[in-house]
Write a protein that binds this ligand. Structure first.
Ligand SMILES: [Zn+2]
Ligand SMILES: [Zn+2]
Length: 331
């Protein structure tokens, strides 16, 4: 299984010079199984670069097929779809897998972005074959090589976390998830006031879904001092992400959904804080950046692990990064 991050910024894309190290594009993650099957999680602005790469493969010939797991439909997670070139190529096939929103089907949400008051290209100009699979959070299903578990997250509307298993490895992605002890968010969650029973049940559910993940990608939008008055925004701190990582006994936590106002230096501080707080626990912590690639369980990943192990005990990070990184941050 190979997992690559194309966008890790939350709330909206950011183009300032001082965010370019981690990247300013909003959420998009690509997972490829050993046999070459594709899953995309989210269509934030990062999906534009993914599309360019896919068009250099069979998708450029109209012979590609991929499933898109829709985490939720807030703008930062969908605004890239109209700029995703493989959707315009006849012959490609995409299946959008989505829990939708309460009164809206994913097709209507996607086509709404092509209303001519927002965007001049009609939805009908997307020539790829687009299918839609609806589910309810909590369902488990198989997509080709991938076994997928789903769980509703603590975030406004309907927001889904995904546990994806393939090739004997596991990646779990919770892009947007608020502190469960402080607030109840989302349709059907009974909120907004915190509730001890809800807290226990919800934390159990979230940690069980992420159990023993090789890679656990989690919202860490805020620092503690930024949370006051913003609990209802639907996001977590480094401490919240670490708590779930410990409960779920994951092997690697990847901090994600960086606040748009956080410069590279500030995100560095988040990573250093997380590594400091997690020293006593038996898992690694990384901070997501555009181009970060994990090759989990493949021969090349094993070699990278062996090389990194000689250096500092780190593992599984693809060191062929597509931009310059300070080494203490990348691995
Ligand atoms: Zn978001
Ligand atoms: Zn959101």
């Amino acid at each position: 299984m190979e997992l690559k991050i194309y966008g890790c910024r939350g709330s909206y894309p950011m183009a300032r010079r001082d965010v370019l190290s981690y990247g300013g594009n909003s959420t998009c993650i690509h997972i490829r199984s050993a046999s070459g099957q594709d899953i995309i999680i989210d269509g934030g602005s990062g999906i534009r670069s993914l599309g360019e790469e896919m068009m250099r493969r069979e998708f450029g010939l109209g012979k590609g097929e991929a499933h898109v797991l829709v985490g939720h439909t807030h703008w930062d997670h969908i605004l890239g779809y109209p700029f995703f070139d493989p959707l315009y190529q006849e012959g490609n096939r995409f299946v959008f897998v989505s829990a939708g929103q309460t009164d809206a089907h994913i097709k209507d949400i996607l086509s709404g972005q092509h209303d001519d008051i927002h965007f001049p290209v009609p939805f009908a100009d997307l020539r790829a074959d687009m299918d839609y699979k609806a589910f309810k959070p909590g369902e488990v299903f198989q997509i080709g090589d991938f076994r997928v578990e789903t769980v509703q997250l603590n975030h406004p509307g309907i927001t889904v976390g995904y546990r994806i298993e393939a090739d004997g490895r596991v990646a779990t992605v919770y892009t947007d998830n608020a502190r469960v002890r402080k607030v109840r968010l989302g349709d059907g969650q009974g909120g907004p006031e915190p509730d001890p029973v809800f807290t226990k049940v919800f934390l159990d559910r979230l940690s069980r879904t992420a159990r023993e993940s090789d890679i656990f990608i989690h919202d860490s939008h805020f620092f503690e001092h930024e949370m006051m008055g913003r609990y209802h925004w639907g996001h977590s701190t480094v401490e919240d992400a670490l708590e779930l990582a410990v409960l779920a006994e994951v092997k690697r936590l990847v901090l994600f959904h960086h606040a748009p106002e956080h410069s590279d230096t500030v995100v560095d501080e988040k990573l250093f804080l997380a590594r400091d707080l997690s020293r006593e626990f038996d898992f690694k912590v990384d901070c997501a950046f555009e181009g970060l690639t994990y090759k989990v369980g493949e021969a090349e990943g094993e070699r990278a692990r062996a090389r990194a192990g000689e250096r500092d005990g780190d593992e599984e990070v693809d060191l062929k990064l597509n931009h310059k990184r300070r080494p203490e941050v990348s691995s």
